[in-house]
Write a protein that binds this ligand. Structure first.
Ligand code: SF4
Ligand code: SF4
Ligand code: SF4
Length: 598
């Protein structure tokens, strides 16, 4: 066949697609070559040399090459596990570890560290083969959401690729040269002094324990131990789609019921669901959109539920802040309602409520402390944990997660619809908003609830990367007399290209959904790590997103405005979407930021 090449891998004949690398050819032939620095499309730099194999071409003698960047040629013979290959990988690991701060016992990543696994696989001696000189780096704890420990960095530059190629932000890179090379911000400023948007995409890409979120789980346990405190928890939609991975479940397993059961056993007084406030967000956001469309308001309107995206917009487009929806995110709406409506209904002093959220997102740790997120004179949300922190907390509490029965959320702030649950994937907010906005404008019941045009092209793994033409979804809907043009995009590099086109008049929309992380919250910076070898060859985001779409399909109520708990909230407390009270509790303001702070 013209489009295939005939090769041999470890003596076995096979055919592979033209244009693939040796690494990809081996994967197609069910052989996994280890990698450390390689990330498909965004970090193909052949730097770490872990993926070395021997190849022979045109009858020439075998030689070592980096398989991640070396193209396959017809007739090539590839050897992935000769003594020379295995020895090369072992020596490289020994060199990496010679300057490494080997404290696996207390390391956040112990157990899922890609370097630790390689060292074990290649039988690298604990004592160290090379006695390397070590630099000592101060740990950078200046950012709200994470710390950076360069003593554990292996200089793979995966974080740099995430921050620059996927997110456009580019606040980290290699500083100095040679032995003193290290990853940092310009002039080695703390990350918190840069225009980092707190997305955590560098953390999920890092193969080792050099980058980690700040762990706030001790504060949760302290609150639970205080008998005066009423400790409630909300869980974002995409947490249930990924938490199971930390307990051995395959990617794409829904563990909603076990998660609720585990939270109760940790000791929370009430186990609620951010899906409830996702429904509430839709009520407010759809009303805001309808108002803007019907009264000649500022358009296009951008969604505002992704705090990394909001911070990016504030820094890069400060002259366009009136295009952002004024709605708070579901996390913050939940907190504001918990400390007003819920507190009053249950006769609990708002000062005694500790509002905890479990999020797929590290930027939520920043959002919680923003100005104007304290509608009741106290913080809407007190403590934010990521999915990973929840996993560790469940383990620390000795809960046998896999054996737990499925349990439900508590009412009323645990009641939600299918529209709320799809918030966790790129396109979900738009689809949920359209379900409500279309019925509000037309006054008619939608014959079909699925707006598949705004769903991500889920079979396309390329979506993670930076090609805006491949990742933008757009659609036009006839809504009554109106033609509503919408677009969705995720990943800030993609967002930047889209917005620049819109500002230049090359694209024209009424409503745009933007999520900071590629693929949306299912791929948030607080979600479980996916190792390089899996990340490069599996569409894990699609598997997680499919959990949410299946959950939506299974719900009896799938439109936010039909959620009975939301209806009661408006009937007895908020009056109507966009009311004075709703505005006070559920909407916010933005600040102009400098994208190049001094
Ligand atoms: S980064 Fe990996 S190898 Fe290094 S101390 Fe942590 S677990 Fe061990
Ligand atoms: S959190 Fe996001 S913006 Fe900040 S350094 Fe990491 S990738 Fe860049
Ligand atoms: S911080 Fe992590 S991802 Fe970044 S270069 Fe170091 S090891 Fe690689």
């Amino acid at each position: 066949m013209a489009d295939t090449l005939k090769i041999k891998i470890n003596g076995i004949a096979c055919e592979v697609e033209k244009g693939v690398t040796v690494l990809e050819a081996a994967h197609q032939s069910k052989i996994e070559i280890p990698t450390l620095c390689y990330l498909k499309k965004i970090n193909e730099i052949g730097a770490c040399r872990i993926c070395m194999v021997e190849v022979s071409e045109g009858g020439r003698p075998k030689r070592l090459v980096a398989s991640c960047v070396y193209p396959v040629t017809d007739g090539m013979e590839i050897f992935t596990n000769t003594e020379k290959v295995l020895q090369s990988r072992k020596r490289t690991l020994e060199l990496i570890l010679s300057t490494h701060d080997r404290k696996c016992l207390s390391c956040e990543r112990s157990g899922n560290c890609e370097l630790q696994k390689l060292a074990k696989d290649y039988k690298v001696d604990d004592e160290g083969y090379y006695d390397g000189e070590k630099e000592h780096y101060e740990i950078d704890e200046t950012a709200a959401h994470m710390y950076r420990n360069n003593n554990k960095c292996v200089l793979c530059r995966r974080c740099v690729a995430a921050c620059t190629a996927n997110q456009y932000v580019g606040v980290i890179g290699a500083n100095e040269r040679g032995f003193k090379t290290h990853i940092g911000s310009n002039f080695d400023r703390g990350l918190g002094e840069t225009s980092c948007v707190n997305c955590g995409q560098c953390i999920v890409m890092c193969p080792v324990g050099a980058l980690c979120e700040k762990d706030d789980s001790d504060a949760v346990l302290t609150a639970i131990a205080d008998p005066k405190k009423h400790v409630i928890v909300q869980t974002a939609p995409s947490v249930r789609a990924a938490l199971g991975e930390l307990f051995g479940y395959p990617i794409g397993t829904d563990v909603e019921g076990k998660m609720a059961a585990a939270l109760r056993r940790i000791g929370f007084d009430k186990v609620f669901d951010t899906d409830f406030s996702a429904d509430l967000t839709i009520m407010e956001e759809a009303a805001e959109f309808v108002e803007r469309v019907t009264t000649g308001g500022v358009l296009p309107m951008f969604t505002s539920c992704s705090p990394g995206w909001v911070k990016f917009f504030e820094a890069y487009y400060p002259d366009w802040l009136d295009h952002l929806s004024t709605c708070k995110s579901p996390q913050q709406m939940f907190g504001a309602i918990a400390k007003s409506y819920y507190a009053e209904k249950n006769n609990i002093d708002k000062n005694d409520i500790v509002s905890v959220s479990i999020m797929p997102c590290t930027a939520k740790k920043f959002e919680q402390n923003r100005d104007d997120q304290d509608a009741n004179g106290v913080s809407d949300v007190d403590i934010v944990l990521t999915t990973r922190e929840l996993g560790k907390l469940i383990q620390r509490c000795g809960i046998n997660f896999t054996e737990l029965p499925d349990e439900d959320f508590d009412a009323p702030l645990g009641m939600s619809t299918g529209a709320g649950v799809i918030f966790g994937t790129s396109g979900g907010v738009m689809e949920a908003a359209l379900r409500t906005a279309v019925e509000t404008i037309t006054g008619e019941t939608l014959p079909k609830l699925e707006f598949t045009d705004v769903r991500p092209t889920t079979e396309n793994t390329e979506l993670e990367y930076t090609d805006v033409t491949g990742s933008i979804k757009e659609a036009t809907y006839k809504v009554g007399d109106l033609e509503v043009k919408v677009a969705i995009v995720s990943g800030l590099s993609n967002a930047k290209k889209l917005i620049d086109d819109v500002r230049a008049g090359k694209r024209n929309y009424h409503f745009i959904e933007i999520m900071c992380c590629p693929g949306g919250c299912v791929n948030g910076g607080g979600q479980p790590h996916v190792s390089g070898n899996v990340r490069n060859f599996t569409n894990y985001r699609q598997k997680r997103a499919s959990v949410l779409y299946k959950s939506d399909e299974a719900k009896t109520i799938r439109k936010s405005h039909e959620n009975p708990a939301i209806k009661e909230l408006y009937a007895t407390y908020l009056e109507k979407p966009g009311s004075h009270k709703a505005h006070h509790l559920l909407h916010t303001t933005y600040v102009k930021r400098d994208k190049n702070p001094d």
